[in-house]
Design a protein around this ligand. Structure first.
Ligand code: SAM
Length: 306
């Protein structure tokens, strides 16, 4: 068992109350938290459940297990959430009453120097959330073409100078492989005082290393199909590309974001929107600055067959 203080050190959950209220948890329902992390959201969800209810919490990082919840109504799934459907089949769950995804990495990832997620520490360029995955950030930095690097810096890091940074990196690696966080900082030639740019560079690589967009797409489709009518999906996003994907998916019910309408012009999306990108309050951001970029989107599956 882990006490609340330890959980808080691992991660401080963003928009906890808004998320739990928005999920409108049924005490005997079956729920999934696809991003367990420090377990803050999962614990709050468990408090709403009674006998007959169950929560499945996923995390691909085995470190999250140190926050395990000792309760027969709780099951930890050590897996990428892209396999949500397979795991629900495995546990004999045909449909769920609600799902939460609090995307990205936890504080634990940034605060563990050896994981290589942060440019604040000297460490091997790793950035894998799943420590057993094969591909590290060093593999990408040293193996991708200049064009591919420029693309991920632009798309996932929103770095306007993605091309220039990719060029600098390729020049540096032609002298010697880029193996550590400080090597990447030096190779990028982003000045140390431009910490926001460095954070974006590291974010872009992290998203690519962990195929965050691919996993999110697969999970969204599985969640849509698993949700019962009246069931709710709550998603916390932290960067604009994933937020756009989630926003369009919840509006349309498909990955293309194509809104289909019937003869009368009614939106045929399977979802009714409940929260459309709510942000953390000023008080919360004061307490937890990392909640600044959080956006909460919640939708409810319509009762009618779509
Ligand atoms: C922002 S944290 C979640 C924090 C959590 N809500 C809490 O209250 O502590 C995101 C967590 O999701 C995990 N994660 C991210 N992407 C994942 C994926 N595709 N599959 C499984 N776990 C994932 C990360 O390892 C991390 O622990």
């Amino acid at each position: 068992m882990v006490n609340d203080q330890m959980v808080n050190v691992y991660h401080i959950p963003a928009m906890l109350q808004e998320t739990i209220e928005g999920l409108a948890i049924k005490p005997e329902g079956v729920y999934v938290d696809v991003t367990f992390g420090g377990g803050g959201h999962s614990r709050a969800m468990m408090e709403c459940l009674q006998d007959g209810g169950h929560l499945f919490s996923f995390d691909q990082d085995q470190d999250a297990l140190q926050n395990a919840i000792n309760d027969p109504k709780w099951t930890f799934v050590h897996s990428n959430f892209r396999y949500l459907r397979n795991w629900m089949d495995y546990y004999g769950i045909e449909s769920i009453d609600g799902l939460l995804a609090d995307l990205g990495v936890s504080f634990h990832h940034f605060d563990c120097p050896e994981r290589g997620f942060s440019f604040r520490f000297s460490a091997p360029l790793d950035m894998r959330m799943n420590q057993t995955a094969k591909r590290t950030a060093a593999d990408i930095v040293n193996g991708y073409s200049e064009e591919e690097l420029a693309k991920i810096f632009y798309l996932y890091g929103e770095l306007k100078n993605g091309r220039g940074i990719a060029k600098n990196i390729c020049k540096a690696r032609s002298q010697k492989p880029i193996e550590r966080t400080e090597d990447l900082v030096a190779a990028s030639r982003i000045p140390a005082e431009m910490s926001k740019e460095l954070a974006r560079l590291f974010q872009a690589l992290r998203i690519e290393v962990n195929d965050e967009m691919g996993a999110l797409r697969e999970m969204l489709v599985a969640a849509r199909d698993l949700l019962k009518p009246g069931g709710r999906i709550a998603i916390l996003t932290y960067q604009s590309l994933e937020d756009r994907l989630v926003k369009n998916f919840l509006r349309s019910g498909n990955l293309e974001g194509t809104i289909e309408k019937d003869f009368y012009g009614n939106n045929l999306s399977p979802f009714t929107l409940i929260e459309k990108g709510r942000e953390a309050s000023a008080e919360e951001v004061e307490r937890n600055p990392r909640a600044r970029s959080a956006k909460l989107r919640i939708a409810e599956k319509k009762m009618t067959k779509w």
